[in-house]
Design a protein. Structure first.
Length: 302
């Protein structure tokens, strides 16, 4: 654990502390950081990141090149070059990937894949801890999309199974408008959920920031100090606060207006085709009934 802790400290990995703040990990202050539900300090994803950093961090620190041989192939390990990267370039190592943790895998299988009580529920935090951000976000989207599909599915069945009488010609356009509105609302709610998940997981930095050196972080620290100074001045300027709040609300209203214009534009473009289809469908159904009635009368006349 000490090796992983020092690797995380060298990468300047950010972790959540017990006071709710996300700070750069320090091995000397390990007690201040939040542990995983199973009691471990690092999640499976964070451990893999540390292991990857360690194995790719094995470099030639000598003053000369080192000759390496594999089968009948000879190549040279250059100064300050990653050994694993060199082995990959030479084709000695094909792929580096982690093996599954069997206990965690069985736990996910039992609580996730074999959970039939609520097939739309997913242990997203456990998936994130084990598989990482991309896979957890994908399954979070899939679960939310599955739940939201209930509404257009019920509406679609209603349009097919219920006879609305004289208002039948309005059913398809109304269903079309409903589906477009559903898609817009789903997109907006997914954006909120995605932002909430990323904020909960503390995903506001890239992997490259892990490798940032102290010199590269100096401008960031300087910027943060300036930003904190501006926040201090901001508290003493209620007029500036009100102006920023107005700008924020105007931006929200502008996005709502743009979404409404897009939805109405799509409706105006598609509505004539839907009305024509509804008219042709009704006319075709009437003609089919008259043909069937004529055939029945001819059969009875014989």
């Amino acid at each position: 654990m000490g090796i992983l802790g020092r690797a995380a400290s060298e990468m300047q990995m950010k972790k959540l502390t017990c006071i709710g703040m996300e700070l750069q990990f320090e091995w000397e202050q390990v007690a201040a950081f939040v542990r995983q539900p199973d009691g471990s300090l690092f999640s499976w994803r964070e451990r893999f990141t540390c292991f990857r950093y360690l194995i790719y961090g094995i470099v030639n620190k000598t003053n000369s090149e080192i000759s390496l041989k594999f089968d009948d192939k000879e190549f040279y390990w250059k100064q300050n070059e990653s050994l694993l990267r060199r082995l990959e370039d030479e084709g000695v190592v094909k792929l580096v990937f982690p093996l599954h943790e069997e206990i965690k895998r069985k736990q996910l299988l039992r609580n996730w894949a074999l959970n039939w009580h609520d097939f739309t529920w997913q242990p997203i935090d456990e998936v994130y801890s084990y598989f990482g951000t991309k896979i957890a976000t994908y399954f979070a989207f899939l679960g939310m999309y599955t739940r939201w599909l209930f509404f257009p599915a019920v509406s679609g069945l209603a349009t097919q199974l219920i006879d609305f009488g004289s208002f039948q010609w309005l059913v398809l356009p109304a269903f079309f408008i409903f589906v477009i509105s559903w898609a817009v609302f789903f997109l907006q709610f997914w954006k909120r959920k995605n932002s909430a998940l990323l904020a909960r997981w503390g995903i506001n930095y890239s992997f490259a920031e892990y490798k940032a050196s102290a010199n590269e972080l100096e401008p960031i620290r300087h910027y943060l100090s300036i930003e904190r100074e501006e926040e201090k001045n901001f508290d003493d300027a209620p007029a500036e606060k009100r102006r920023l709040q107005r700008n924020e609300w105007s931006g929200v209203l502008l996005r709502i207006r743009n979404n409404a214009i897009i939805v109405l534009g799509i409706i105006c473009l598609q509505l004539p085709f839907e009305l024509a289809y509804a008219h042709l469908y009704e006319k075709t159904e009437t003609e089919a009934l008259s043909i069937i009635q004529g055939l029945v009368e001819r059969c009875l006349s014989f």
